[in-house]
Design a protein around this ligand. Sequence first.
Ligand code: ATP
Ligand code: MG
Length: 618
Amino acid sequence: MRSGGDAARPDVGTDPRRRAEELAAVAQKAKAAADEATRVAEEAARDAELALAAAAAAAADVSALPRATGASGSGPLTAEDLDRIRSGYATEGAALELGAVVNGRAVPDVQVRIPLAMTNRHGLIAGATGTGKTRTLQVLAEQLSAAGVPVFAADIKGDLSGIATPGTSSPKLLERTAGIGQDWSPQSFPTEFFSLGGHGTGVPIRATVAGFGPLLLSKALGLNDTQESSLGLVFHYSEDAGLPLLDLADLRAVLTFLVSDEGKAELRGLGGLSSATVGVILRELIAFADRGADTFFGEPEIDSAEFLRTAPDGRGIVSLLEVPGVADRPELYSTFLMWLLADLFNDLPEVGDLDKPKLVFFFDEAHLLFADASKEFLAQVVRTVRLIRSKGVGVFFVTQTPKDVPSDVLAQLGSRIQHQLRAFTPEDAKALAATVTTYPTSSYDLAEVLTSLGTGEAIVTVMSEDGAPTPVAWTRLRAPEALMSPSEAAVVESTVSASPLQARYGAAVDRESARELLTARLEAAAAAARRAEEDVAAAKAQAEYAKQKAAIDKATSAAEKKAQREYERTMRETASPTRRPSSRTSSTSVLEQVLGSRATRTILTGVVEGIFGTRRRR
Ligand SMILES: Nc1ncnc2c1ncn2[C@@H]1O[C@H](COP(=O)(O)OP(=O)(O)OP(=O)(O)O)[C@@H](O)[C@H]1O
Ligand SMILES: [Mg+2]
């Protein structure tokens, strides 16, 4: 540069004027060059900024595939792999569109979907927190509703209520949806809000204790196997004894009765039920009620058919169960969902395979259902899940890792949508390895892919229309068309107050049941006991009276006899041997004399005053 500068320096000669002119010209040129340099630099900076933005956008698009290989940014799949996936997910009937395959970037012409007719083959939505499970649930629920299928889901975090409000568009969202071939437009869906026993805003859901049954209640109470079978005996007894178990107070009354003096004989009659076990159950029951379960149990009991409704426009109603603070009452929440399934199972007729299910049921936080469950309870869950599909009900479990779900249940799940798994701890790594083995073979290194999926992406395999598992597909999921955040409180409140279900379920009803009947029975027993006691006392008094009367009578008759003897003796003494008993008048006068005599009076008074030292006036 330096030498170039020297070479460019003009020969200014010796004429000062010429020299000044030449220097001015050079300065002018230098300034022009500097201006040009500034302009070029500014342009370069702008270009750099644009390049950075483009790079960021490109990074977002391939965020899920840091190790993209192959030509044109394609991922691990070959053209044949993609063809296989495309045909594997092709359907003749209606389907729930999940999204597009990701192969380095989204491939919109390879779509991944669940045949609607196969949604009664159940499913699993799994993934670490914040990886997109709830949004996936929402995407499925929205499309089910649109297809006229009612949906039941628990809204654990309150972020599913957005389904009642149209979503909001953003450039980022539209970029995502355009990238996967989704024609997105904001929409809301017909929604009903429910709450457990009125804990929350929704229409209160209640169930009776008898309806709930001993097995579910034992699970909810955390009873062991022995206590569980004891509770079964108590239910049996209540039914036989005509003591309806509606609310927790009823069950408490029966248990209390069985360990009371009045109920001891009945307890013995039940055989196999110890008063110690009854005591434990009572204690658990009281703690359970204190955690808020008491408002859930009772009447009117929810009719599970309420969850099978469609809106006037033919769309399925999305029933959302609000469960605020589910962590405080996980037992109630999870056993209630199971009750609902069991109730549907009991009520619905056998229908075999339909074009579309009658209801799809999302079981969020499914690990709560299976944790610490008894063998019998698990067996019942497995049985219900297996059989309920022939009644047209699909069940999707939502949980963090598939290992939260027992293998007997997992084996029955036709659709698997697995969001990102974390592998931070050895425990995580084990879970990951176990998960990988449950997938059909594929071109993916699943352990690698499962830990590098982007948010809202999942590894998917479902059951095809002919009942075979579809190829494993790395899928970028569609975005929900309703709001991804909670609906405004006012929306929820007005929906709840306008619900036609309010009239039926809004207020609790307390009709006569075990508690009242037992109270009445115990009161009647107490009154009868009181009466019996009074009768005994009266009989005793009567007997005493009779005894005393007999004694008096005896004494009186003895005194009379004595008086008679005395009289006769006096008569003998006073009568002269020559004197004949004279006329009546004279004898009377003699008698009068005798009775009037002081000695006789004293004797008689003694006899009549006699026995108890009290004067008898007879
Ligand atoms: N399919 C999707 N389309 C668009 N955005 C999505 C999608 N899935 C997830 N997201 C984004 O990721 C966020 C987290 O997703 P989501 O709430 O579904 O996670 P989660 O797995 O349910 O988390 P948690 O375990 O905490 O409940 C969403 O709020 C949304 O911004
Ligand atoms: Mg969630």
